[in-house]
Design a protein. Structure first.
Length: 229
C-alpha cells in the first residue's frame, strides 16, 4: 500500500502530512476540496484516503459515499468536531477509522498502519480468519463453536453469535451501534441501543477473563464497539 490521498482544506495540514508521509515512503496526493478529492481518486486510485469532514464544498460524508460507490480502500476520517454524531455518520457511511483534531502525526501513522494491516488481511483471505481468540477462549467462526482452554464448550445464542461474529470478522475496526443493530436485528432496530448493551454484557460475562474490565470486546462510548485481538 503506497499511494495515500490526503483531503483537507487547511494548507498547513496538507503540507505537514505530505512531508511526513513522503518521508516514510508513501506516494502522496493532496486535495483541498471534496470535488477535487473525488476527481483525484478517479484519476489515480489511492490505496488509502485520509479525509477531513469539514470541507468547503462537499461534506466529508458525501465524499465517503462517493468513494464507496466504486472502491473499498481504507478511509481514515479527520474530525475537528467535538460531538460523536458526525463520526458515527462517517463510520456508517463507510469510513474505517477516525482521528480527532488536533492530532499527533504518530497517532495518525499508527492508524494508517492498523487499517492497512486489516485491509491486507481481508484482501488476502477474502474475509477475516475463521478462528479468533477472546480471553481464554477460541472462537471458531466457521463451525460456530466457542471452546475454553480447558476444552469446555461455551454455548451462545443465535443473537449473541450474530453480534460476536460481526465484531470478530473485522478485528480492530470500530463497528457502530447502528451497523450492529441493523446487521443483527434489522433496520427497524437501529435506535435500540439497549439491546446492544445487554448482549455485549452477556458476551463479556461468557468470554472475557474480567468482564468488568474487558480487554477484547471494547466499547467506544457513544459510537460503537471494537474487537481487540
Amino acid at each position: 500500500m503506497n499511494r495515500i490521498l490526503v483531503v483537507d482544506d487547511e494548507p498547513q495540514i496538507l503540507r505537514a502530512l505530505g512531508i511526513n508521509l513522503r518521508a516514510r515512503g508513501y506516494d502522496v496526493q493532496v486535495a483541498a476540496t471534496g470535488t477535487d478529492a473525488l476527481k483525484a481518486a478517479a484519476r489515480h486510485p489511492p490505496d488509502l484516503v485520509v479525509l477531513d469532514l469539514g470541507l468547503p464544498d462537499l461534506d466529508g460524508v458525501e465524499v465517503i459515499r462517493g468513494l464507496r460507490g466504486w472502491t473499498g480502500v481504507p478511509i481514515i476520517v479527520l474530525s475537528g468536531r467535538a460531538g460523536s454524531d458526525d463520526k458515527v455518520t462517517a463510520l456508517d457511511a463507510g469510513a474505517d477509522d477516525y482521528v480527532t483534531k488536533p492530532f499527533g502525526v504518530d497517532e495518525l501513522l499508527a492508524r494508517i498502519r492498523a487499517v492497512t494491516r486489516r485491509h491486507t488481511a481481508d484482501t488476502a483471505d477474502g474475509r477475516a480468519g475463521s478462528q479468533a481468540r477472546v480471553g481464554r477462549h477460541t472462537v471458531d467462526l466457521a463451525e460456530r463453536i466457542v471452546t475454553r482452554d480447558d476444552g469446555t464448550e461455551v454455548r451462545l445464542t443465535p443473537t449473541q453469535w450474530g453480534v460476536l461474529e460481526r465484531l470478530l470478522r473485522h478485528p480492530g475496526k470500530l463497528i457502530t451501534q447502528r451497523q450492529l443493530l441493523q446487521d443483527v436485528w434489522g433496520p427497524e432496530y437501529q435506535n435500540e441501543t439497549g439491546y446492544l448493551r445487554q448482549y455485549m454484557a452477556q458476551l463479556r460475562r461468557k468470554l472475557e477473563t474480567d468482564p468488568a474490565r474487558p480487554r477484547h470486546l471494547i466499547t467506544e462510548p457513544g459510537m460503537g464497539y471494537r474487537y481487540r485481538p
